[in-house]
Design a protein. Structure first.
Lengths: 383, 480
C-alpha cells in the first residue's frame, strides 16, 4: 500500500497541476471572449477572405475562402522549403566534403564559409539579401540577359516558361523510368547477394532516366517549347517583363538565405558522418582488394549515411520551420497570409494561431516519425 | 643532363622544372594581381576569352611542373602536399587564390578606402564606399534602442557590474570554490534580475533594487556562519525574508520621502531596444530555459508514465512549431488566456515564450547526455543507497551535463541568434532598430552598412561563444 501511494502521488499532483493550469486558461479565455463578443468556431474558414495575395501557386483572389488562403500560404511555405532543402543539401554536401579535403586552401575556404554563415542570425541574413543585396540589382529596362533568357532584376528573376504538349505522356515515361530503376536495383542486390556479381546499376539508371523521356519526345508526341520573357513598357519609366515565369525577390532572398544558412549545418553533419567511419574500415576494405570507388560506395557511404541522416533530417525540419521568417519580408507564406492578414481581418486569434501551430506540428511530427522508422531500419542490429 | 620529358616532371631535372614552374605560376599570379589591384590588363592584347583563361592555364601548367614527389626541398614538398596534390586540387587551389586576389580590392575599397567616417550628416557620404557616418550617428539607437540618452549610463553600469559579478568565479580561492555553484545558480541570477528590472526600468521601484542588493549582501555575509547542513534551506529562505523585512518593515515609503531620496526615472520596456535588449533577453532566457529543460529531461526519463507523457508532449510540441508562431501566440493569444485585469509586460511575455521554446531543445540535449551514461552509474548510485534526487544531483547530472556541453552551447547560440525575432511582439533589438533607421527619410539607402555592422557584431558574439564552449569542453573532458 505504501509503495503504491508513493507511485501515485507525484503523478496525481502533476496531472492536477496541468489540468488546473489549462482549466484556468480556458476559463479566462471563455470570459474574455464573452466580454468582447467573440464567438469561438472554425466557421470563418468558408467565408470570403476579400484580401489578395501577391504570389500564389494555385488560383486565388479575394473572392475565395479563408481556407483557400490557408492553402495558398501552406503551398508557398512548402515551395520555399523544398527549394531550400534541395539547394542546402547540394551545397552542404559539397562544403562538408571540402572540409575534409587534404587541400589546405579548400579546407580553409569551406571552414570559413561554415563559420561565417553559421554565426549570423538567419533573420539578419534574410534582411541583408532582401533589403541590401537584391535592391542593388538593375531595373527591368537595364537588366542584361543571362544566357539570353534569364533576367535578374530588382523586381525578381524572370525565367522562361515551359510549354508542354502531351505533358502526361512525358510524366508517365518518367514514372516508368523510376519504377524500372527501382526494380533493377532490387534485382541487382539479389544478384550480388546470391552470385557476387556486380551489375552497373548507376549507368543503367542514368541511361533509363534519359532514354525513356527521350523516347516519349520521339514517339509519344511530346513537345516542349519555351516562352521567353519580353520587356514591355507600361509607362515612360515603368517597365515589366511579360511572359515566362517570374520569381519574386522575396522568394529569391528567402531561399538564398535559408539554403546558405542551413547548408553550414548540413556540411557539419556530413563531415561528422564521414569522420565517424573508422579509419580501419577504409583500410580493411582496401586490403581485400576493393577499388577506391568501391570502398566509398560499399563501405564508407553506407556507414557514414547512418550517422549523417538523423541530424540532417533535423536540419530539414529546422529549415521548414525557419521558412516562417518569411513574414518579416512579406513573402506570403503560411504565417504571413494566415496568422498575419487573416488574423487581422477576422480577429480569431485562438483559432488561427492554433491552426498554424497545428500545421507546423503535423509537418514536423510526420517527418520525424518517417525518419525514426528509417533510422530503425538502417541501424545496426546489436545484441 | 638527362633528357627532359615535359609531360613527366621528375627529380632528375628538378631545377629546370622548379624554375620553369615557379616562373609560369608567378606570371599567372602577377597577371591577376595587376588586373585586380591596378586595373591593368597585361594580356589585353589577346582575345577576351583567352585573356580571361590564360592565368588559369599558365598557373595550372606551372603547378604541374613543380609537382615532384620527394624533391628533397622541404618547402616544395609541403606545398605539394597541401595545395597541389593532383590536377583537380591544383585547379581548385588556383581558383581560390584568384578569387581571393580579385575580391580583396573591392572589399577593401568599400570598407575602408572609399568609405566615409567623418562628419555627422548624410552629406559627407558621397563616395562609392560604405557610409560609416550613418552607423556613428545612429550608434546610440543601435545600442540602447529608444532608451533616453541621459539615462543610458544605467544600462552601462548594470552590464559592467553584472560582468564583474559574473567573473567572480575566476578569482575565487579554493576556500570559496564550493560556494560558487550556489552563487551562480541562485544569487547571481537574482542580483541580475534586480539590476535589470529595477535599475534599468527605474521608477519608484528603484528602492526595491537597493533592498534586494542589501538583502543579498547581508544574507551572503551571514551565510558563512551557517552550518553546511542548513545552507541550502538558508539560501532558499533568508534572502527573500530579508528582502520582505527590509521592504515592508524597515524602510517605509514615507521614510524614503523623509530622506528626500528621489528615484530614477521610469523607462517602460517598450523603449528598451538595441543590442542591450539582445543581451537582456538572451541572458534571461538562458537562465530560465536551463532549469526548465533539465526538469523536462528528467521527466521524460521518469518511471511514472503520466509524468513521462506530459514531458514528451511538452517537448515535442515546442520543438515542432517555429519560434515565430510561439511569439505570435504570446502576442495575440496569450492575453486572452489571462484574467481580464491581469497584464503582463510584453518583454516578459517574450522572455517566457522564448524560454519555454528553448527549454524543449535543452531538454532533448540533456536527455541525450542522460542516455549516454552507462547503466552502471545508476546502479552504482542506487547500490550506495542514494534516492532519486541524491543520485541525480551528485552522480548522474554532473556527468551528463559534462557530456552535453557542445549541445547546450549550440542551443544557447541558437537562442542568441533567435532574439531578433522579437520584432513580432513589437520590441526592437538591434536588427529591428536597423530596419527602423533604414526607413528614416533622412537616411535612406544605407541598408547595407547597417546589416554589415550588425552581422559583424553578431558574428563576434556567436564565434566567441562557440570558441568558449569548445574550451569548456576540453577543460571538463574526462577519460572514461
Amino acid at each position: 500500500m505504501n509503495l503504491k501511494l508513493k507511485d501515485i502521488v507525484p503523478q496525481l499532483i502533476t496531472v492536477i497541476a496541468v489540468v488546473l493550469i489549462f482549466g484556468f486558461f480556458t476559463y479566462n479565455a471563455q470570459i474574455n471572449m464573452e466580454n468582447r463578443g467573440i464567438d469561438f468556431g472554425y466557421g470563418f474558414l468558408s467565408q470570403e477572405s476579400s484580401f489578395d495575395v501577391q504570389f500564389s501557386l494555385i488560383e486565388y483572389d479575394g473572392s475565395h475562402s479563408y481556407f483557400r488562403a490557408y492553402l495558398v500560404g501552406l503551398l508557398n511555405t512548402i515551395l520555399v522549403s523544398v527549394i531550400g532543402i534541395i539547394i542546402a543539401t547540394i551545397l552542404g554536401v559539397i562544403v562538408g566534403v571540402a572540409r575534409l579535403s587534404p587541400n589546405y586552401l579548400i579546407n580553409k575556404f569551406a571552414a570559413f564559409y561554415v563559420e561565417f554563415f553559421r554565426n549570423i542570425p538567419l533573420l539578419l541574413q534574410i534582411f541583408f539579401w532582401y533589403f541590401a543585396a537584391l535592391r542593388a540589382l538593375p531595373l527591368p529596362q537595364d537588366a542584361e540577359a543571362i544566357f539570353g533568357v534569364f533576367f535578374l532584376t530588382i523586381k525578381g528573376l524572370y525565367v522562361p516558361a515551359f510549354i508542354w504538349q502531351n505533358f502526361s505522356i512525358f510524366f508517365y515515361s518518367l514514372v516508368a523510368a523510376v519504377i524500372a530503376i527501382i526494380v533493377i536495383r532490387i534485382h541487382a542486390k539479389k544478384v550480388q547477394e546470391n552470385q557476387g556479381k556486380q551489375i552497373p546499376v548507376f549507368f543503367i539508371s542514368l541511361g533509363l532516366i534519359f532514354v525513356l523521356p527521350l523516347l516519349s519526345f520521339l514517339i509519344g508526341g511530346v513537345k516542349l517549347s519555351f516562352e521567353v520573357p519580353v520587356l514591355k513598357q507600361l509607362a515612360t519609366t515603368s517597365f515589366i517583363y511579360e511572359g515566362g515565369v517570374s520569381l519574386p525577390p522575396e522568394l529569391i532572398a528567402l531561399t538564398l538565405s535559408l539554403s546558405l544558412y542551413t547548408a553550414t549545418f548540413i556540411a557539419e553533419c556530413v563531415r561528422a558522418g564521414i569522420q565517424g567511419v573508422g579509419k580501419g574500415q577504409k583500410e580493411a576494405a582496401a586490403s581485400i582488394g576493393l577499388t577506391p570507388n568501391q570502398v566509398l560506395k560499399l563501405v564508407i557511404m553506407p556507414q557514414a549515411l547512418r550517422i549523417i541522416i538523423p541530424p540532417t533530417t533535423n536540419q530539414y525540419l529546422n529549415l521548414t520551420k525557419n521558412s516562417s521568417l518569411a513574414a518579416a519580408i512579406a513573402y506570403p507564406d503560411l504565417v504571413l497570409v494566415f496568422a498575419g492578414t487573416a488574423l487581422m481581418q477576422t480577429g480569431k486569434a485562438i483559432e488561427i494561431v492554433s491552426i498554424t501551430m497545428f500545421t507546423y506540428l503535423t509537418l514536423s511530427i510526420s517527418i520525424s516519425i518517417l525518419m525514426n522508422w528509417y533510422n530503425k531500419k538502417i541501424a545496426i542490429q546489436e545484441k | 643532363m638527362s633528357k627532359i620529358n615535359f609531360l613527366k616532371p621528375d627529380r632528375a631535372n628538378l631545377n629546370t622544372f622548379l624554375y620553369l614552374g615557379s616562373f609560369l605560376f608567378l606570371i599567372s599570379f602577377l597577371d591577376v594581381f595587376f588586373n585586380s589591384f591596378f586595373n591593368l590588363n597585361l594580356t589585353g592584347f589577346l582575345p577576351n576569352f583567352l585573356s580571361f583563361v590564360l592565368p588559369l592555364v599558365l598557373g595550372f601548367i606551372g603547378l604541374y611542373f613543380i609537382r615532384i614527389e620527394y624533391s628533397g626541398i622541404k618547402r616544395l614538398d609541403l606545398l605539394n602536399k597541401h595545395i597541389n596534390t593532383n590536377n583537380f586540387n591544383a585547379v581548385l587551389s588556383l581558383l581560390i587564390i584568384f578569387v581571393i586576389i580579385k575580391s580583396i580590392p573591392p572589399i577593401l575599397s568599400w570598407f575602408v578606402v572609399d568609405a566615409s567616417f567623418a562628419g555627422d550628416s548624410k552629406d559627407v557620404c558621397t563616395g562609392t564606399g560604405a557610409c560609416w557616418t550613418y552607423i556613428k550617428v545612429w550608434m546610440r539607437r543601435f545600442m540602447y534602442g529608444m532608451y533616453p540618452n541621459a539615462e543610458q549610463w544605467r544600462i552601462n553600469l548594470s552590464f559592467i557590474s553584472l560582468v564583474l559579478l559574473g567573473s567572480v568565479g575566476y578569482f575565487a580561492t579554493d576556500k570559496f570554490k564550493k560556494y560558487l555553484t550556489l552563487y551562480y545558480v541562485v544569487i547571481y541570477p537574482l542580483i541580475a534580475f534586480l539590476f535589470i528590472f529595477f535599475f534599468i526600468s527605474g521608477g519608484p521601484v528603484f528602492f526595491d533594487f537597493s533592498y534586494g542588493i542589501i538583502a543579498a549582501i547581508l544574507s551572503i555575509i551571514i551565510g558563512f556562519f551557517i552550518p553546511g547542513r542548513f545552507k541550502f534551506y538558508y539560501f532558499l529562505i533568508v534572502p527573500l525574508a530579508l528582502y520582505i523585512i527590509l521592504k515592508y518593515f524597515l524602510f517605509f515609503e514615507e521614510y524614503i520621502e523623509l530622506g528626500k531620496l528621489e528615484g530614477l526615472n521610469w523607462v517602460e520596456t517598450g523603449a528598451w531596444g538595441g543590442l542591450s535588449l539582445t543581451f537582456i533577453i538572451s541572458f534571461f532566457c538562458l537562465i530560465f530555459c536551463f532549469p526548465i529543460g533539465m526538469a523536462f529531461a528528467l521527466g521524460r526519463r521518469s518511471g511514472f508514465p503520466l509524468i513521462r507523457y506530459i514531458s514528451v508532449g511538452f517537448i515535442e510540441f515546442w520543438r515542432g512549431v517555429p519560434l515565430i508562431t510561439v511569439l505570435f501566440m504570446s502576442a495575440v493569444m496569450f492575453p486572452m488566456f489571462l484574467p481580464e485585469d491581469f497584464f503582463i509586460d510584453k518583454l516578459v511575455r517574450a522572455i517566457i515564450a522564448i524560454s519555454l521554446f528553448e527549454a524543449a531543445y535543452v531538454a532533448e540535449v540533456i536527455r541525450g547526455g542522460l542516455q549516454a551514461l552507462p547503466r552502471g552509474q545508476y546502479e552504482a548510485a542506487k547500490s550506495l543507497g542514494m534516492g532519486y534526487w541524491k543520485m541525480h544531483i551528485f552522480v548522474i547530472l554532473p556527468q551528463a551535463l559534462k557530456l552535453v556541453i557542445p549541445g547546450i552551447a549550440n542551443t544557447f547560440l541558437a537562442l542568441v541568434k533567435d532574439t531578433p525575432l522579437i520584432f513580432v511582439v513589437g520590441l526592437l533589438e538591434i536588427v529591428g532598430m536597423l530596419n527602423l533607421a533604414k526607413t528614416n527619410p533622412e537616411w535612406l539607402g544605407f541598408a547595407m552598412e547597417g546589416y554589415v555592422f550588425a552581422a559583424i557584431i553578431f558574428w563576434i558574439i556567436c564565434y566567441a561563444m562557440s570558441k568558449y564552449s569548445y574550451n569548456l569542453e576540453q577543460k571538463y573532458k574526462t577519460d572514461r
